[in-house]
Design a binder for this molecule. Structure first.
Ligand code: FAD
Ligand code: SF4
Length: 449
């Protein structure tokens, strides 16, 4: 019989929960912001601007911070990226803007662009300033399906351009994975909802909560009832491991567990195992591993089938996991999960290697890790049912996602798409950019019709 205490809640004291889920990267104070902004060289053709997927004019906003003009700095940021506040907290800056900072090449230490961005945007949101106005109404109506970063970015830009928007959202709250997925210690204090309030504050955006495409509404209907449609439905399916024992209790989808964690009113009520195995090598794997440790798990191992360089979690994130006591086993692929009384007790792995053709193969050598809980974190996938069921014209797909062109236009005449549901990099900042690019393309289309 499985020891029932192996998965238990209340492993820590209230102060330990508080400490473990407090903000991991505190904001800059005024003096720190002044010092950091003074390090910017205000490069002409700044490489950091190229490296930011939303193309924020970084030298311009940093110069404004250095002269005390926080409002101007925030407007520079939010004009290109309406979720500049969230992105300042969650962007992997080490592979984006800060990676290409000239100070990094020269001194090994980039200007802390993300933290400066947060300094300015927090000031604006904290002072309740609505910095964007709507253009005169165009009389055109756009349906945005999915209220995550892609959908909200698209909705906000279209509202600015004078169109009327309805956001259809399946879940009880807006913000997508900003609310339900991002690690709790990156964005505490209900920041995702404060940002949503700011975005909706522009006006012209109606929200229809609890309305799921494919269940309550159809693509045919929104295409007929609105002048244009934007799909920002993210990825709601989880990839299976495809090994024996996957159906044992204690084997869980990492994203679903993180959602429970993010919505928990009291973390001490959330049960967690003593020995945890996480299978995967991306953001989600790092996030579930670190949060399991911070919930009081004793032993957490992440297993990834290739080496550190192939992991989609950056080296910074891998190091963060290790500093938090997570062990990472590279070159290991799951073979089977075993259990007793229908509950998982162990995960068996085979060591892997690359053959002479560069293909991943098993070595035949195996090892076993004890596990009360196994989290699957090998990737999310698009569930196509909502967009294909009952449709007369079917959307073209590419690599299991919605196919789009450079304007984020799909194969259907009045449908655009962006964010995780199209092929590309799955990051918040990229979803915001997709929504913005699509909004401008939709605007051009609406002005011609
Ligand atoms: C655990 C985890 C941690 C992450 N951490 C980071 C990070 O630290 N930094 C980073 O940059 N990125 C991170 N990401 C990636 C980032 O969260 C996504 O790239 C981003 O949220 C994509 O935005 P989106 O709007 O495309 O999709 P989502 O955020 O998934 O939003 C899609 C929205 O559509 C709604 N929806 C879905 N189906 C329907 C339907 N049929 N009808 C109506 N509404 C629907 C959903 O409820 C949701 O609100 C993380 C992802 C995960 C899973
Ligand atoms: S949005 Fe992200 S990548 Fe762009 S400047 Fe800000 S922190 Fe850097």
């Amino acid at each position: 019989m499985k020891d029932s205490a192996a998965i238990a809640s209340g492993r820590l004291s209230p102060s330990e929960y508080q400490h473990n889920f407090d903000e991991v990267r505190p904001p800059l104070d005024r003096l720190q912001a002044a010092v950091d902004s003074s390090r910017c060289l205000f490069c002409y053709d700044a490489p950091c601007v190229e490296a930011c997927p939303t193309g924020i004019d970084i030298p311009s906003f940093i110069r404004k911070i250095s002269t005390g003009n926080l409002k101007g700095a925030a407007i520079d940021i939010l004009s290109e990226n309406i979720m500049g506040g969230m992105c300042a907290r969650v962007c992997p800056t080490e592979i984006l803007c800060e990676q290409s900072c000239v100070r990094k090449a020269g001194e090994g230490k980039p200007v802390r662009i993300g933290l400066l961005q947060r300094h300015a945007t927090d000031w604006l949101l904290g002072n309740d300033i609505q910095s964007f106005q709507r253009a005169p109404a165009t009389g055109k109506r756009v349906a945005v399906v999915g209220g995550g970063p892609a959908g909200l970015s698209c909705a906000h830009r279209l509202a600015m351009l004078g169109h009327s928007i309805t956001v259809f959202e399946a879940r009880p709250k807006l913000a997508g994975l900003n609310e339900y997925g991002i690690a709790a210690y990156k964005t505490p204090h209900q920041f995702a909802q404060r940002e949503v309030d700011f975005i909706l504050g522009i006006g012209g955006i109606d929200v229809s909560i609890g309305q799921a495409l494919g269940r309550d509404i159809t693509l045919e209907r929104v295409r007929r009832d609105y002048d244009a449609v934007f799909l920002g439905i993210g990825l709601t399916g989880t990839k299976d491991l495809g090994v024996a024992g996957e159906d044992l209790s204690g084997v869980e989808d990492a994203v679903a567990y993180i959602e429970r964690l993010r919505q928990a009113a009291d973390l001490s009520k959330l049960p967690i195992g003593r020995s945890i195995v996480v299978i995967g090598g991306g953001n989600t794997a790092v996030d579930i591993a670190v949060q399991a440790k911070r919930l009081g798990a004793e032993d957490v191992t992440m297993a990834y089938r290739r080496g550190p360089d192939a992991m989609s979690a950056t080296s910074h994130e891998q190091e963060f996991a290790q500093v938090n006591g997570v062990r990472i086993k590279y070159w290991s692929r799951p073979v089977r999960l075993t259990g007793s009384d229908r509950h998982v007790t162990a995960a068996e792995f085979e060591y892997t290697q690359l053959d002479s053709m560069g293909r991943l193969t098993g070595t035949g050598e195996t090892f076993t890790l004890a596990a009360d809980q196994v989290f699957k974190a090998i990737g999310q996938m698009l569930v196509p049912d909502p967009i294909v069921s009952g449709a007369q014209q079917v959307l073209e797909m590419q690599d299991g996602k919605i196919a789009v062109d450079g304007d984020r236009k799909s194969s259907l005449p009045n449908v655009w798409a962006g964010g995780d549901c199209i092929t590309g990099v799955d990051l918040t900042v990229q979803a915001v950019q997709d929504g913005k690019v699509a909004a401008h393309a939709i605007d051009r289309y609406l002005r011609l019709t």
